[in-house]
Ligand binder design. Structure first.
Ligand code: SF4
Length: 387
């Protein structure tokens, strides 16, 4: 699934990310973990090691360092002026602030996809969506690959590689925050809809959210943060008890078990009845509206009778505190997006039957930046000195 279509096929290399000069124009084949060990000369944005490193310092230093990285968005330790010079020098020698990866931009420039290389050579993808109303949403990944293998999802096809640590989840956010800083803009919203099932990496995702939320971190309000799940029951229950005002989105995509199990194999052992009972518990406990995500996939889940079935299912199980997001699928080899007239018809049936519904604008069609479509493309990019 190479992205050759989006730019002329000129070679483009991984490098320290520095927008907007970098554009990923072509995918070249190279294996996973292809970075040579001697390329890593420092601990790469590893906040756990950084915390250990600061142990002998007065306690306020850790706060200053955190604020320098996430609030002031420094790109060199020289910019961290509140820190003493000797500490800055020592940090410079041991902790790189560089972010390595590549980016590609959609034709309308509203969507930027970044592929970030982690310390062990694994690659995660993330997307910045620039809305017309001034909001800037970043879609974050929680795992490298995903174990759930949803049929319509490119990440699912990769299989599961590993969970991300909380600071790795934050690296793409830091990259986009630095990028937006140049035009005096900020990230306003976060969605965990990138690679991986966030509730299968619960603790790291929650730790990342705490830094996103923290006033010495990104200082983004919990109400601006959404987690999308295919339906991890224990995770939803834990989230209901967190006392965080984050938003929950359920990737439903089908109104009955037989269809849902076809496209989401996880549903075979976790049927809709259990999922919706848990979502109902979440609503009761938090009194927050839940988003029901429904990808519109041509000939699979877009028939009018399925819209009626969805109405009955949701009204019977969830009461009133929910709304449906219809999302036109971005084409992959196996599935195609629904025709616009079928989406409108589906939407009309929901509306007429009292189900709140919006059709979400489809971002980044030409760079496959939609939910469940972040995947292996950028893992095949070759590094400059591997040539
Ligand atoms: S849609 Fe989400 S849960 Fe399903 S395979 Fe893709 S990343 Fe995993």
């Amino acid at each position: 699934m190479c992205e050759r279509a989006i730019r002329p096929a000129k070679r483009f290399w991984w490098t320290t990310l520095s927008m907007p000069t970098i554009k990923l124009a072509t995918c070249l084949s190279a294996g996973r973990n292809s970075q040579r060990p001697d390329q890593i000369k420092h601990i790469y944005m590893n906040l756990i090691e950084l915390e250990k490193f600061l142990k002998g310092q007065p306690s306020f230093r850790a706060r200053q360092v955190k604020a320098a990285i996430f609030k002031n968005l420094i790109e060199s330790w020289d910019e961290a002026s509140p820190l003493p010079k000797d500490l800055r020098e020592s940090l410079k020698k041991n902790f790189s602030l560089e972010i390595t990866g590549a980016v590609m931009e959609s034709k309308d420039k509203k969507t930027i996809k970044a592929a970030i290389k982690l310390e062990d050579g694994e690659i995660i993808e993330s997307v910045l969506l620039k809305h017309n109303d001034g909001r800037n949403t970043v879609c974050l990944s929680s795992q490298v690959g995903c174990p759930l293998g949803c049929r319509f999802c490119l990440t699912g096809k990769m299989g599961f590689i590993r969970n991300l640590e909380f600071f790795e989840i934050l690296i793409p956010l830091l990259f986009f925050a630095r990028h937006l800083k140049k035009s005096e803009e900020k990230i306003t919203n976060i969605v965990f809809m990138g690679m991986g099932e966030p509730l299968l990496n619960y603790d790291e995702v929650i730790d990342a959210i705490r830094t996103i939320n923290d006033e010495n971190g990104f200082n983004i309000g919990a109400r601006k943060i959404s987690i999308s799940t295919v339906g991890i029951i224990e995770g939803i229950k834990k989230l209901a008890r967190e006392k965080m005002q984050i938003n929950l989105a359920i990737s439903l995509h089908a109104p009955n078990d037989s269809l849902r199990s076809q496209i989401i194999p996880f549903n075979q052992s976790h049927p809709l009845k259990n999922l919706l009972k848990t979502v109902s518990y979440y609503i009761e406990k938090t009194n927050r509206r839940v988003m029901i995500e429904y990808l519109m996939i041509k000939g699979i889940n877009d028939k009018p009778e399925l819209a009626f079935e969805l109405v009955n299912l949701l009204k019977d199980s969830l009461g009133k505190l929910f709304f449906v997001n219809l999302i036109k699928y971005n084409a992959t080899g196996d599935y195609q997006p629904s025709d616009q007239k079928d989406i409108e018809n589906f939407k009309r049936i929901l509306e007429k039957n009292g189900v709140p519904v919006v059709e979400r604008y489809r971002f980044g069609e030409n760079i496959k930046a939609a939910c469940g479509q972040l995947a292996g493309d950028c893992r095949r990019v070759r590094f400059r000195d591997e040539n």
